[in-house]
Design a binder for this molecule. Structure first.
Ligand code: C2E
Ligand code: MG
Ligand code: MG
Ligand code: MG
Length: 281
């Protein structure tokens, strides 16, 4: 190994040690995650998706959180990949869905009859043979909630190699009235043919396009173009990661329909979200 030799013996062994530690942490997290659900360490937070023209809030994204007994709050970036590798994402996904469905029922009754919560659905959940989407429909029916109360967020990767099985699952969700949102748009293999083929309802512009948004930036030109194209295809646009008033104003000027980001609120627990809803009403 040319590179390792160049680094010298000591640096090479530090590197090995670092790798071993990282692998051990991962193994521990994996076994901890297996018990996280039954030990009630997982919970769901909600981030408002704000209608830009009116400032109204009638949508939110559900995001899972893990309160680890010794490590504290573990980021989804660190445990979702583990959940996907181990298949635990199916049970976690079911938990998030049920929590979100119960919450949307309350918010529809108390705040907005059309309130909608979006849920991230990993490709692994679509590939899994045991994942039964009928569970979701039955659960909604048991709450007397229509499919329209839920949006599913998928990523471009899923559509790229969508088999008939996956297309059938997506169609079943659509038939149940749920909407479909394309998350992190622009970061994957954005093929415009997907938008035509899969009947997408919402496009979420990835936060990497929003981060450095100024009137003169290329990112702004891209956002404008995405919005015009989406609207022609009857798709609504949600901008992710909006942190400043100037980003919001630019997106509003470009005709963006919705925005989500720390400017409006971080993802919060449902009781805190309800305070937010009361404040805008
Ligand atoms: P995502 O679906 O793209 O979710 C948006 C992420 O951006 C969230 O990170 C959110 O907290 C963060 N965010 C929101 N506004 C801002 C902002 O203004 N600035 C910045 N810098 N970040 C902002 P989070 O909650 O850490 O989740 C990360 C990813 O983990 C999600 O990305 C999603 O892919 C995955 N994830 C989270 N919850 C679930 C879940 O229940 N199921 C599945 N399958 N994946 C999930
Ligand atoms: Mg998402
Ligand atoms: Mg996203
Ligand atoms: Mg993202």
């Amino acid at each position: 190994m040319y590179a390792a030799k160049n680094l010298g013996r000591n640096r090479y062994s530090y590197f090995t040690l670092y790798m071993q530690e990282a692998a051990q942490t991962r193994m521990r997290l994996t076994s901890d995650l297996r018990t996280a659900l039954s030990h009630e360490q997982l919970f769901v937070v909600y981030q408002p998706i704000v209608e830009l023209a009116s400032g109204d809030i009638h949508k939110a994204e559900a995001l899972v959180r893990w309160q680890h007994p010794t490590r504290g709050l573990v980021s989804p970036a660190d445990f979702i990949p583990i959940a996907e590798e181990t298949g635990l994402i199916v049970d976690i996904g079911q938990f998030v869905f049920e929590e979100a469905a119960k919450t949307v029922k309350i918010w529809r009754e108390l705040y907005h009859p059309q309130f909608q919560i979006s849920i991230n659905k990993s490709p692994v959940q679509f590939y899994d043979m045991h994942e039964n989407h009928a569970n979701w429909f039955d659960y909604l029916a048991s709450l007397d909630m229509p499919g329209q109360s839920i949006t599913i967020e998928i990523t471009e990767g899923l559509l790229m190699d969508a088999s008939n099985n996956i297309i059938d699952k997506l169609l079943a969700f659509r038939d149940a009235g749920m909407q479909v949102s394309l998350d992190d748009f622009g970061t994957g293999y954005s093929s415009l043919s997907y938008l035509k083929k899969f009947d997408i309802d919402y496009l979420k512009i990835d936060q990497s396009f929003v981060r450095n948004l100024t009137a003169e930036s290329e990112d702004f030109a891209l956002c404008e173009a995405i919005i015009v194209m989406a609207h022609k295809l009857n798709i609504k646009v949600i901008a992710e990661g909006v942190e400043t008033i100037s980003q919001r104003d630019l997106l509003l000027a470009a005709g963006c329909d919705y925005a989500q980001g720390f400017l409006f609120s971080r993802p919060v627990k449902s009781d805190e979200f309800e305070k937010l809803l009361k404040a805008v009403r």
